[in-house]
Ligand binder design. Structure first.
Ligand SMILES: NS(=O)(=O)c1ccc(O)c(NC(=O)NCCc2ccccn2)c1
Ligand SMILES: [Zn+2]
Length: 260
């Protein structure tokens, strides 16, 4: 799973840190007209097993739904990827209002939230912690959330949030199908090479940002904002909102699109 060394390495997330010398940082603004159509990009192939869903927990920065990634039961391949990647967790970033919250933007347009499905290269590495340090180590699918109709698949997750309000709270969470959160069209996406958007900010991510968003209701998103950054012991409780990083310079990178 993806917790462990990463969270110990950075006890405090002090906001959008600049990484000295990092020129492949994420997130970025996706300028649609500047994206280059690449006909070699294949359709994405994902295969997820809901039975491998294990827990949902608040890590003090977001909430994560974690999967058993000790076998090749949840795989992602195709698209821009040369190898097979294994899902380890998914999480979200969101704002205090519906006007902002996403990490990536499209022609500077902000969305109220963004879902990240985190996969690591199981053809070349044996652990997430290894892959996170390598250039071709991770593949993260980014999906924008818009406020609209209620998302039936999301509700099971929303109902679990009150049990993990505080930092470091964990509850068992089973039989959740991550595919239920994918938009109907996963063939249209942008892809570029970038980084984790939180410490350690390593430049190990092949980003795959979906053109089609998913819709969630205002009330569902409001439950995200009821989470807390702080642990139960802390006197001052802080709402978990605005847990996104600001857009980073493109530094000459090309964003490719799988569609014209
Ligand atoms: N947001 S992201 O780029 O998809 C991503 C994916 C997998 C990850 O492990 C991380 N980062 C991560 O887990 N960092 C350790 C916990 C932490 C530390 C500081 C701020 C936020 N989160 C970010
Ligand atoms: Zn993320």
């Amino acid at each position: 799973s993806s917790k462990s060394v990463l969270s110990q390495m950075h006890p405090m997330w002090l906001g959008p840190l600049e990484v000295p010398g990092g020129d492949h940082q994420s997130p970025i603004d996706i300028a649609v007209k500047k994206a280059v159509f690449d006909s070699d990009l294949k359709p994405l192939e994902s295969s997820y097993d809901p039975q491998t869903c294990q827990q949902i927990w608040n890590n003090g920065y977001s909430f994560l739904v974690e999967y058993d990634d000790t076998t090749d039961k949840n795989t992602l391949k195709g698209g821009p990827l040369q190898d097979k990647y294994r899902l380890c967790q998914f999480h979200f970033h969101w704002g205090e209002s519906n006007d902002w919250g996403s990490e990536h933007t499209v022609d500077r347009r902000l969305f109220p939230a963004e879902l990240h499905l985190v996969h690591w290269n199981s053809d070349r590495y044996t652990l997430f912690e290894e892959a996170v340090m390598e250039e071709n180590g991770l593949a993260v699918i980014g999906i924008f959330l818009k406020v609209g109709k209620r998302h039936e698949g999301l509700q099971k997750l929303v109902d679990a949030l009150p049990a993990i309000r505080h930092k470091d709270s964990v509850v068992e969470f089973t039989r959740f199908d991550p595919a239920s959160l994918l938009p109907s069209n996963i063939d249209d996406y942008w892809t570029y090479h970038g980084s984790l958007t939180t410490p350690p900010l390593t430049e190990s991510v092949t980003w795959i940002v979906m053109k089609q968003h998913i819709e969630v209701s205002h009330d569902q998103l409001a439950v995200f904002r009821s989470l807390l950054f702080t642990s139960a012991e802390e006197e001052v409780q802080k709402s978990m909102v605005n847990n996104f990083r600001v857009q980073q310079p493109l530094r000459g990178r090309t964003v490719r699109s799988s569609f014209t």
